[in-house]
Ligand binder design. Structure first.
Ligand code: UD1
Length: 417
């Protein structure tokens, strides 16, 4: 199993290029199931979750061609299977994004229930309730969701909790449904808007993406399209945090600062200097980080996917920081590992109180999920001595070559195979 070894103490300098957004590419790839014409996506990050989605789509009968440089072409002239099997879904919950498009195009879908994951119980009840309102008959049997519908009908749906993939699944289902679907309390994440842009390019009628009400008027047929995926805002935030914790000054290229407004504002409050250009950011670390509390929220609030990395940073702030996780119940798995490196953190329910600044010392640590592993790499950049992060496959699910990108910025980091 691969590991990453980081030796702390080298300030970062130079430039880093942000890859395409994993969480936008995943629904975009699934949208290709809605048409028998080719869908070509560019700026797709070559990370493990994308390969996994390629396998899910291939299992359904799609031809998925990965080309160098992040272009992926998906052709689904025929759907030969309507089943997303357990073996694939259990490794990546986002596989559930095939449910909406399969049901819309084939009138049938069989998708394994994702089950639990390292960051808590993550049900898909909201996806199922919404599709039921659109006329689908849904049964859960033998660990699988079995869904059927002659043709989905537009409906008024208001999500009781904001769900990103729930909103995306529904938008795809509604694109080929009969009549208008109004999605209330919709997720406003930039990835939802990216999917809407692709659907529109395919001939769908979608309005309001990026706001809390999305309207989709179903059409009979969708065609092929070519679409460029947005840059990854969480990867962008992670490199800002990396510079802030390691020290130094870097330029982050090919990003959209407007997609991570809450992260930029928060990091400025901690003393990080961030200058915004069109599609780039200049980041300068402060001599001393200041504490500043966060509360994770749906977009445009502070993203839960940046919570772990922010916590690593706050171990080095001069005072006490409170981090409140409101999106997931059990997203503090990184705390125990940070403590092994010398952090002083107390967790009470959904709140963590971090007492800074404590010197960190390198240790052997275990990655538990994607963002937790990024947090441990960041802590390693600030720690005295050597940190070895085990289970790097978590990191590779969502970060394109993080070791190479950080090494390009001057970090002392290598992958041990
Ligand atoms: C997406 C992102 C993930 C991010 C999360 C929150 C992708 C592929 N993944 O995950 O990186 O951390 O948004 O920003 O885009 N919920 C229910 N029932 C449901 C669906 C969700 O109770 O049917 C709850 C979840 O348990 C959670 C909250 O709603 O507490 C938000 O989850 P959701 O937005 O659905 O997360 P994902 O779309 O799975």
């Amino acid at each position: 199993m691969e590991k990453i070894r980081v030796v702390g103490g080298s300030p970062l300098e130079g430039t880093v290029r942000i890859s395409g957004a994993k969480n936008a590419s995943l629904p975009d790839l699934c949208a290709a199931l809605l048409t028998d014409e080719p869908v070509v996506l560019t700026n797709v990050p070559e990370v493990r979750d994308i390969r996994t989605m390629g396998r899910v789509l291939s299992a359904l009968g799609a031809t998925v061609e990965f080309r160098v440089g992040g272009t992926v072409e998906v052709r689904t002239s025929d759907i030969t299977s309507i089943e997303a099997p357990y073996d694939l879904v259990k490794t990546m919950r986002a596989s559930v994004l095939v449910l909406g498009p399969l049901l819309a195009r084939e009138g049938r879908a069989r998708v394994s229930l994702p089950g639990g994951c390292a960051i808590g119980d993550r049900p898909i009840n909201l996806h199922l309730q919404a599709l039921t309102k659109m006329g689908a008959e849904i049964a859960v049997e033998h660990g699988y969701v079995e869904a059927r519908a002659d043709r989905l009908r537009g409906a008024e749906i208001s999500f009781e909790t904001v769900s990103v993939t729930g909103t995306e699944n529904l938008m795809m289902a509604a694109a080929l449904a009969e009549g208008e679907t109004v999605i209330g309390n919709a997720a406003c994440e930039p990835e939802v808007s990216d999917l809407a842009a692709l659907l529109v390019a395919m001939g769908a009628r979608v309005e309001g993406a990026g706001t809390s009400t999305v309207r989709v008027s179903g059409v009979e047929h969708l065609g092929g399209a070519r679409h460029q995926v947005i840059p990854d805002r969480i990867e962008t935030g992670t490199y800002i945090a990396a510079c802030a914790i390691a020290g130094g000054e870097i330029e982050i290229q090919r990003c959209v600062p407007g997609h991570l407004r809450a992260v930029i504002e928060k990091l400025r409050q901690t003393g990080v200097r961030i200058e915004e250009g069109p599609g780039n950011l200049r980041v300068r670390a402060p001599r001393q980080l200041q504490p500043s509390d966060i509360r994770t929220l749906p977009h445009p609030g502070f993203p839960t996917d940046m919570q772990a990395q922010y916590m690593a940073l706050m171990t080095q702030a001069s005072g006490t920081t409170t981090v409140t996780e409101t999106i997931f119940e059990n997203r503090f798995m990184h705390v125990a590992e940070l403590e092994r490196m010398g952090a002083d953190i107390r967790v009470d329910g959904r709140t963590a109180v971090i007492k800074g600044s404590t010197p960190l010392s390198g240790a052997q640590v275990m990655a538990t999920d994607l963002r937790a592993s990024a947090c441990l790499v960041l802590a390693g950049l600030a720690a005295r001595g050597e940190t070895v992060v085990d289970r790097v496959y978590h990191l590779d699910r969502g970060y394109y070559r993080i070791d190479e990108k950080l090494r390009g910025l001057g970090a002392d980091i290598e992958r041990l195979t």
